[in-house]
Design a protein around this ligand. Structure first.
Ligand SMILES: Cc1cc2nc3c(=O)[nH]c(=O)nc-3n(C[C@H](O)[C@H](O)[C@H](O)COP(=O)(O)OP(=O)(O)OC[C@H]3O[C@@H](n4cnc5c(N)ncnc54)[C@H](O)[C@@H]3O)c2cc1C
Length: 399
């Protein structure tokens, strides 16, 4: 209900909120939601505490990798459909903005290091025929013999052969983000240096640190790992945390045509413009959010061991970010418990770039009461994330 303030003896209605939707955070989730909402005809403002890409979306890797075709579930289906539709989404965005997101369906190599793994992936190759619908999509998941693609992956790293799959893709995180930000600036409003500190659901007033408040009919919290503190502020529950990751970029002229490799827990991802990204580390506990030179040296050593083509390549830059990770592992997308007009979208952890456009479609559909392209998996919904933690904190159930 809107409040009706009194002015002298004349009752005047409260001013309507300036925006239909405010989005807190200009990472891949926040900007994708803003992009979708603007396309749906909403008047949107993005409020970013620092600058576009200040969070974990401002990185280097841009791996758009599928879940394995095994033990299939709604989450894997959602991600599969997201990766399937992402190319068209990016091509449309590029047409709208004139930007180049450096997207390519590059494919991926997985080395097979034991006989057990070979058996296991032969099963997955069979299941991919059921789950990836190769006759319609053209995507394949094939086991190739030892020595395959040894011009790129060191043969001794794959004594039992390799998997080569063609669904995996990559894009430049910074270019993709810049394209979305360009769209929002042009068709909506993007305020940088605007940190959201509070929201009054009755009036739509959004408080900002060091700035005048703005007003919106609805607010989405998409501040990456920092959103967890805001969510706790509003709901009393801490449902996630940040996890540090580090990656780097090498000079990689002539390597652009190679597929991505996932080996020894690391991705090697060739990009357009003659670069190769290597990542990532994962540190749950960390004191310093900046990249560590020792961790960068370790990344280079591990990657060149299985990918000798990287030897001697110059390190162009390194980078570290803090991924948002929900305690329940899956992302949190939807209306916060106890609220009508307050929503959250965070916790994409390692797969945000591949799913953000479909997550945005689901959330904006929930907000506007329209049908989404694809239903969210139940494990992405607030019901999955809230409640158990509160009970645990109250001592009702064991954590
Ligand atoms: C080393 C590394 C490699 C990765 N590689 C990949 C990969 O290859 N593929 C992939 O899909 N994912 C990858 N990820 C994960 C991915 O980067 C994250 O999941 C994703 O960026 C999260 O996006 P987000 O929009 O939720 O949050 P963020 O990108 O963190 O954005 C949140 C934004 O909100 C702003 N903000 C915070 N608080 C407030 C507030 N109160 N008010 C306003 N604004 C606020 C922040 O400044 C920030 O700009 C990687 C992550 C790391 C660290």
């Amino acid at each position: 209900m809107q409040s009706i303030p009194e002015t002298g003896h004349i009752m005047v209605p409260a001013a309507a909120p300036t925006y239909d939707l405010a989005v807190a955070g200009a990472g891949i989730f926040g900007l994708s939601i803003a992009h979708r909402a603007i396309r749906q005809g909403l008047k949107v403002v993005v409020l970013e505490a620092q600058h576009v890409g200040a969070g974990s979306s401002g990185g280097l890797l841009g791996a758009l990798m599928p879940h394995m075709p095994a033990r299939w579930n709604p989450k894997k289906e959602f991600q599969f459909q997201a990766l399937r539709s992402l190319e068209n989404h990016i091509r449309e965005l590029e047409q709208e903005t004139g930007a180049d997101c450096c997207y390519a369906r590059c494919g991926r190599i997985l080395p097979l290091t034991t006989e057990d793994k070979l058996e296991h992936h032969l099963e997955r190759a069979k299941e991919s025929k059921l789950r990836w619908h190769p006759e319609q999509t053209g995507f394949s998941y094939v086991v190739e013999p030892a020595g395959s693609r040894s011009d790129w992956l060191e043969a001794s790293a794959a004594p039992y052969g390799i998997v080569y799959e063609t669904l995996a893709a990559r894009a430049s995180p910074r270019d993709y983000l810049a394209a979305l930000a360009g769209f929002v600036r042009h068709r909506g409003t993007l305020l940088e240096g605007a940190r959201v500190t509070g929201f009054d659901e009755q009036t739509g007033k959004i408080s900002l640190a060091d700035k005048d408040p703005v007003s919106a009919a609805r607010l989405v919290l998409s501040g990456g790992f920092a959103a967890f503190d805001l969510i706790q502020h509003f709901t009393g529950e801490q449902i996630g945390r940040g996890e540090k990751g580090q990656a780097l970029l090498l000079e990689g002229k002539g390597l652009e045509h190679h597929p991505a490799i996932y080996c020894d827990g690391l991705y090697v991802v060739p990009h357009d413009k003659g670069t190769v990204a290597i990542g990532s580390t994962a540190d749950r506990d960390f004191e310093d959010a900046a990249p560590s030179p020792a961790r960068s040296a370790e990344l280079v050593a591990r990657a060149t061991a299985f990918c000798p083509g990287l030897k001697g390549r110059q390190v162009l830059t390194d980078w570290a970010g803090i991924r948002p990770r929900c305690n329940k592992r899956d992302p949190l997308i939807g209306r916060l418990p106890g609220y009508e007009t307050l929503f959250a979208a965070t916790g994409g952890f390692k797969i945000s770039f591949g799913i953000a456009h479909l997550v945005a479609d689901c959330l904006v559909s929930e907000i506007t009461g329209t049908a989404p392209q694809l239903e969210l998996p139940e494990t992405f919904r607030p019901d999955h994330h809230f409640g158990a933690n509160r009970l645990a904190a109250d001592g009702w159930v064991k954590a």
